[in-house]
Ligand binder design. Structure first.
Ligand code: NDP
Length: 296
């Protein structure tokens, strides 16, 4: 048996088209242009690439983009002043602060200063609490994208056993909350979990969000399971740097029913979901219904 490779790139392209179509209708019917502000502090090259890509995709979807690049030595109080300005700006419907921030800035204080209605990353404690209590919230982009993939594969997820490996605030915990909301039976595993492989082998849906190259091998996988590989790890391979996931693709593919590749699986979904969240935030702020099929 060889697993079906879930094409996140194609799925994300369809999602971006849907967003662009809804943005065009919003402009034509309401005269509203959704706007996303991206804040980058410092010179981390990977972060700069992410922010640039997000800007390009935002414009391609017909939305406005506002980039704020601040020097690494920016004081926390200056960053908080910028957030207050963006909160008050009616042209800005989504605010994302690219993480990590320099160590002298309290990232929690900055994230929690964002108006929760504009918190398109879904990291503000208000959105975390709303999600945990089953209320309408902004949902973190990576877990939102991850959820769409098994949903498409299985349809209804109710009653499925799900194991999420990783308990970060950005991926693991919100992923588990979303799967619980879908009525899956959810286990969260982490670095202190015992018998990890045996626990993972119970999963109909296995989400790997660990950050350890190819740690999840075929022995961790139940035959026919859907495996969502969130990991992005750089490894040296034949004198080159190569990107691999947390799942060892060759051994997993012989056992899983479906598998997301790295690259080309979860990664493209994250930006597409950021665009979807910006549109959703814009609709909510403008007193309109959520765009169909984009909010979880
Ligand atoms: P974190 O480092 O914040 O969390 C990693 C989690 O994995 C922790 O909960 C940790 O457990 C757990 N873990 C570490 N080692 C083991 C182990 N040996 N066995 C079981 N669990 C373990 O990472 P993130 O959640 O931010 O990211 C995870 C991966 O996803 C990374 O590779 C990251 O690059 C990628 N990522 C990809 C995105 C995308 O768009 N595709 C977006 C965001 C992240 P403990 O809590 O006990 O330490």
């Amino acid at each position: 048996m060889s697993a079906h490779l879930i094409d996140g790139k194609a799925f994300a392209a369809r999602l971006r088209e849907k967003v662009a179509a809804s943005v065009a209708i919003l402009k034509a019917e309401q005269g509203i242009v959704p706007g996303l502000a991206a804040v980058l502090v410092g010179n981390d090259p990977a972060s700069a690439v992410y922010v640039r890509n997000k800007g390009v995709q935002t414009v391609a979807a017909g939305m406005a983009t506002f980039e704020h690049k601040l020097p690494a030595q920016t004081a926390e109080v200056e960053l908080l002043a910028l957030i207050a300005q963006l909160n008050a700006d009616p042209a800005v419907h989504g605010i994302l602060v690219q993480l990590p921030l320099p160590p002298h800035i309290d990232a929690d204080a900055v994230i929690n200063a964002i108006n929760p209605a504009k918190d398109v990353d879904g990291f503000h404690v208000t959105n975390v609490g709303l999600l945990a209590t089953g209320q309408r919230s902004m949902i973190p982009c990576t877990p939102l994208g991850c959820l769409m993939l098994p949903r498409e594969h299985f349809g209804n997820l109710a009653g499925r056993k799900a194991v999420v490996v990783g308990r970060s605030n950005i991926v693991g915990k919100p992923m588990a909350q979303l799967l619980l909301r879908e009525s899956c039976t959810v286990t969260i595993a982490h670095s202190r979990t015992e018998n990890l492989a045996a626990i993972c082998r119970q999963a109909d849906i296995l989400v790997a969000a660990v950050g350890r190259a190819e740690m999840i091998t075929g022995d961790f996988i139940k035959p026919g399971a859907v495996v969502i590989d969130v990991g992005i790890n750089q490894i040296e391979w034949e004198d080159r740097v190569r990107l691999v996931g947390d799942v060892q693709r060759d051994s997993a593919a012989g056992i899983a029913g479906a598998l997301t590749p790295v690259p080309g699986g979860v990664g493209p979904m994250t930006i597409a979901c950021l665009l979807a969240n910006t549109l959703t935030a814009c609709c909510r702020i403008s007193g309109l219904e959520d765009p169909e099929g984009l909010a979880a």
